[in-house]
Design a protein around this ligand. Structure first.
Ligand SMILES: [Zn+2]
Length: 269
């Protein structure tokens, strides 16, 4: 039986080009919920042993996320774990507030942990600093309430970008959820790469594409809604097929290779 959900990732603008308000928090499938603002994703997994949050939006979402958790009938103080896919400030900005409300440990890959802890990048303050309780490595599985989140290192967007793979139960049976962050992306612009690239970024990304291609999952929960409604399924249904996912990945990879062919200096970086 196929997995069903009423949830849809929605475009950011209406037909007249007006920006839409933040969406209401919603259940996606079983214990998995969407709690993020309009353009960046944050997820809540409600386990019998408390709540797990994956990514936390911008600093300005510090109150939106706890409010959304309450709207769903949960309490922010019951958060037991905060997982971050990568250090970029649109994904970690709300972590300090959620950690303060709950005392939950924050976990991120070891290569991104320093930036999360300082809240600063290249000497510039970007986001509220937050302590990292555990520096993750590829293959680490973090379990809460019977749900194990497997860490898979897929760098390119940042040196410590990871995806988390977890199996949850829901009305249509057990479902493999990929919390994909922005791992499919490459900053294919001179400005983007100069700002957020790092030594070895091209080799990292090529390896990450292979890692991501091999993943088996049912539910795609990325870092931004447009990853689904723009690139995989116009209807925004997060149950993308393997074909839709692999097509998106190869298109992303093609854009990266085209970019570095035009700007080969990044290959030697
Ligand atoms: Zn992002």
């Amino acid at each position: 039986m196929p997995f069903r959900t009423e949830f849809r990732f929605r475009p950011y603008h209406d037909a007249r080009g007006e920006r839409l308000p933040n969406p209401e928090p919603r259940q996606i499938y079983g214990p998995v919920h969407s709690i993020g603002p309009l353009t960046v994703c944050a997820y809540l997994v409600a386990t019998p042993d408390g709540l797990v949050v994956v990514d936390t939006g911008y600093e300005s979402d510090g109150e939106l996320l706890p409010d959304n958790i309450r709207k769903l009938g949960f309490e922010p103080r019951d958060i037991r774990l905060i997982l971050l896919t990568h250090w970029h400030w649109d994904h970690i900005g709300g972590a300090a507030r959620l950690a303060e409300l709950s005392g939950a440990p924050v976990m991120v890959h070891e290569l991104d942990a320093g930036i999360v802890e300082s809240g600063s990048y290249r000497g510039e303050r970007k986001t509220p600093p937050v302590g990292v309780a555990r520096r993750l490595k590829d293959g680490d599985a973090i379990e809460r309430g019977g749900v194990a989140f497997r860490t898979i290192h897929a760098p390119g967007q940042s040196a410590g970008e990871v995806v988390f793979l977890a199996e949850v139960d829901g009305p249509d049976g057990p479902c493999r959820v990929l919390f994909a962050g922005d791992a499919t992306g490459f900053k294919h612009s001179v400005k983007g790469l100069d700002e957020l690239g790092y030594p070895g970024v091209c080799a990292d990304y090529r390896r990450a594409v292979k890692t991501l291609e091999a993943l088996e999952f049912d539910l795609y929960l990325g870092g931004h809604p447009h990853q689904v409604f723009n690139e995989m399924r116009e209807d925004g249904n997060p149950f993308v097929t393997r074909e839709e996912y692999r097509r998106m990945l190869s298109e992303r990879h093609r854009l990266m290779e085209e970019f570095v062919a035009r700007h080969p200096r990044y290959l030697e970086w």
